[in-house]
Design a protein around this ligand. Sequence first.
Ligand SMILES: Cc1cc2nc3c(=O)[nH]c(=O)nc-3n(C[C@H](O)[C@H](O)[C@H](O)COP(=O)(O)OP(=O)(O)OC[C@H]3O[C@@H](n4cnc5c(N)ncnc54)[C@H](O)[C@@H]3O)c2cc1C
Length: 479
Amino acid sequence: MTIQTTRPATHPDSPEGLEVRPQTSVLAELADRIAGDVLGPGDHGYDEARTGFNLLADHRPAVIAVPANRHDVIEVVRFAADEGLRVAIQATGHGPGSAADGALLINTSKMTDVSVDPAARTATVAAGAKWAPVLAQAQEHGLAPLLGSTTDVGVVGYTLGGGFGWLGRKYGLSSDAVRSFDIVTPDGNPLRVSATSHPDIFWALRGGGSGSLGVITDVVIDLFPVSTVYAGNLFYSAEDAPEVLRRFAEWAPQQSEDLTSAVTVMNFPPLDIVPEPFRGKTFTLVRGCWSGDVADGARVIDEWRQWKTPEVDLWAEMPFAAADAISMDPTDPLPAMVTTEWLDELPDAAIDIVVDRVRPKPGTLPLVLFAEIRHAGGAVARGAATSPNDRGREGTFLLELASMVPDPHVGLAVESALRLTRKALEPYVTGAAYLNFVEFDEKTARSATSFSEDNHRRLVAIKAALDPENRFCHGVALH
Ligand SMILES: Cc1cc2nc3c(=O)[nH]c(=O)nc-3n(C[C@H](O)[C@H](O)[C@H](O)COP(=O)(O)OP(=O)(O)OC[C@H]3O[C@@H](n4cnc5c(N)ncnc54)[C@H](O)[C@@H]3O)c2cc1C
C-alpha cells in the first residue's frame, strides 16, 4: 500500500461543495481501511492504474483506489461519500466516460474472480474480470456467455451498457442475461439486486446505469448451450463495398435468429501485427456467427459464395471458444475513437455515405479505420420492452465507426471525420445511441437518446434517490 501524496489535488472541475481534500492523512486513512492500494499523483503505480486500453483517456484522478475485494469497494465508496468526492470506475479502460480528473477513480482490475456453475448454467463474475476466463470456463461445459467481439473487454462494463455480441439475435444482449448484481450504492450500502430484490435498481442497471448508480462488485449471468458454431469472414475487395453493402441490407433481414452478422468496410492498418495479404489494404467483410446446425449455416454463407467468390474465405466450423477469430480485434492498448448510430433501414444513399467516408480516396490516408454495420433485430429488439435502453436497441442495423489516433495532432481531424459522417447520415438514423459505442464526453452528451421518455424519467428518479449529489457522474448521464 502506497501513500505519497505531496501536492494538492483540488481540481477546477470539482463541483461546488465537492472539493477534494488531499491531505496525506486523509488518504492514509483510506489506505488503512483497505487491503488494496491507494495511489495519489506521483506515486509509483499511479500512471499504470489510471491508464486503460484506450490510450486517448488521459485522465488525472485526485486519488486512485485499487480494491482487492468487495469489502474494499464498500470502504472506498464510503470514504468518497464522507469526503464528497466524485467517483469514476475503470475495469479495463475499453469504454472510458468523461475524464476522471480530480475524482476518485476506482480501478477494479484486481477483482478478477470467475466461477461457472454448469448445473445452474450461470457464471458469477467479479468487477474486474474480462470475458476470456468466463468463455474458457463455460466452454468446458458446452456453455457460452453473451460476450461481444473480443474476450478482452470487461464483463461488467460491457453488460451495463447492453452488450451486443455474436449470439445477440438469438439470445439478446448481455444485460438481458443478468440474474443479479451486487452493487455498492453511492452512499456505501452493499445490495444484491435482482428481479425480486430492489427490482427498480436491477432494471436500471440492465443497460442504463453504467458508472452512474454505484459500483458493481459481482454479477451473475446466464450461460447458453453453444459449443460449435459456423463463423468467420468473407473478404471482398474495397471496390465491391457498395454492392456488398446493398446485398447485405436485403439479405440479412431474411436470415434466421441463428445468425448474427455484420458487414464491415475495413482499412487494415499498415502495421506488422496485421498479416499479409491484409496489411495496409481495404476490404469489405461479411462476418458473423451461425449458432444453429452447422450444415445449415454453411448453406446460408454459400449464397454469398455463389453470388461472388470472395478474395479470402475464412468462414468455417469452429468451437465458440475461438470466437475472437471473428472480429480479430486488437488486444494491445491503443488510442481510439468510436461512435455509433442506429438505422431502421439501409437505403442506398446511406450506404454510399458510409462507403465514401471510410474508403480512402486515392493517395490519401483513411481517417476512419472501419465502419461496421451489425444486423440486430431478433432478441436484441425484443428485449427492448423490458430494458431501460429501449431506444438504444430497437433499430435493425447498428453502425459503429472507429478510428485510431496514432498521433495526437490528427485527433481533431479524426473527430471531425466521425462527426461529419454522422451528420451526413442524419436523415437515415433513428437518433438513438448504443451506449457501448460512445465514449468520453459523447457518452454523457448522448446518453438520454438511448432511452424513451418514460424510461428516462424513471432512470432519473432512480438516480436521484441513489446519488442526489450526482457524484457518480463519469459514466452514463442520468439527469
Ligand atoms: C476492441 C473493442 C471491442 C468491443 N466490442 C464490443 C461488442 O462487440 N459489443 C458491445 O456491446 N460492446 C463492445 N465494445 C464496447 C465495450 O463493451 C464498452 O467499451 C464497455 O464499456 C467496456 O467495458 P470495460 O469494463 O471493459 O471498460 P471500462 O472502460 O473499464 O469501463 C467502461 C465503463 O463501464 C462502467 N463500469 C465499469 N465497471 C463498472 C463497475 N464495476 N460498476 C459500475 N460501472 C462500471 C464505467 O462507467 C466505465 O466508464 C468493444 C470495445 C472495444 C474497445
